[in-house]
Write a protein that binds this ligand. Structure first.
Ligand SMILES: [Zn+2]
Length: 118
């Protein structure tokens, strides 16, 4: 189990397994956030403390919500609006640098083809 924590520590995500790869996306939102996404099933991720309040941003087709800490502003994760969707993204920038260093960084052309370019 590993943890991803915002800067102030108010929001933590406990993750069952470290990511083997993370995604850097060039779409309009990801490039501004500067995040690296590690994708998981929500069943593998636990929000700590449970039910902690976050601020959210929802746009475009309203399929996912971007969550950020209400205190320090770090983007912590995105979650699907549809509770049946078995996928979420954790901001791998919030992991310990050692855990992130072991993951391969892949580049997603989210602004164009929606395909990985490497
Ligand atoms: Zn915080």
């Amino acid at each position: 189990m590993i943890r991803a924590s915002c800067h102030c520590g108010a929001v933590c995500l406990e993750i069952a397994v470290p990511p083997t790869e993370v995604t850097e996306c060039n779409c309009s939102i990801c490039r501004r956030y500067g995040v690296l996404w590690a994708y998981y099933s929500p069943s593998q991720v636990r929000l700590v403390p449970a039910g902690v309040a976050t601020d959210t941003y929802i746009w475009d087709d309203r399929s996912i919500a971007f969550h950020r800490c209400r205190t320090c502003g770090c983007v912590t994760h995105w979650a699907a609006i549809d509770p049946g969707r078995d996928r979420m993204g954790v901001n791998a920038r919030l992991l310990d640098p050692e855990a992130l260093a072991r993951a391969r960084v892949r580049h997603l052309d989210g602004a164009g083809t929606e395909e990985y370019v490497d």
